[in-house]
Ligand binder design. Structure first.
Ligand code: MG
Length: 164
């Protein structure tokens, strides 16, 4: 059975994953509002992915005899100035999430909670992927620069994302 303090920490992470989902949905809405429909599609799948992260933690708590809390989520604070600005915020946010996952792992290690350590391996790998993809898109946006034609090509490319 999971300890009370680890349960509290995972419940906090459930809230943070849903908050990430909310932020990415706000970004998706922003991209739609500026007719970047490929970016909007990509970010909407990212929204779905974050909900699935929250649910992985939710299921894990129940598997360990704990109780998952359904959190209240605040409105995302973000305002987005451009496609580049929104993606920069995406990458900055994922870096924060990596720190949170690392913090959970550190706690699991200190508490000798081996099951939680192993469960978190998936999330540690996932964060490598999230930051990698974020960095790639930022680098591509730097290459795009002020070219509207190149931006539309990148938008088409992101429209092809099929996995969440
Ligand atoms: Mg996540």
């Amino acid at each position: 059975m999971i300890s009370k303090t680890m349960q509290d920490a995972i419940n906090q992470q459930i809230k943070d994953e849903f908050a990430s989902a909310h932020l990415y949905l706000a970004m998706s809405a922003y991209f739609t509002s500026i007719n970047m429909n490929g970016f909007a599609h990509w970010m909407r799948l990212q929204y779905t992915e974050e909900v699935s992260h929250a649910m992985k933690f939710y299921d894990y708590l129940h598997d360990r005899g704990g109780n998952a809390l359904v959190p209240g989520i605040e409105k995302p604070a973000g305002a987005f100035k451009s496609t580049f600005d929104a993606f920069q915020q995406y990458l900055d946010h994922e870096k924060k999430v990596t720190q949170m996952i690392n913090g959970l792992y550190e706690k699991a290690t200190k508490d000798n909670d081996y099951a939680t350590e192993i469960m978190l391996h998936w999330f540690i790998n996932e964060q490598v992927e999230e930051e990698k993809v974020g960095m790639e898109i930022i680098e591509q946006l730097k290459i795009v620069g002020d070219s509207k034609a190149a931006l539309l090509m990148l938008d088409r490319q992101l429209a092809a994302r099929s996995n969440a």
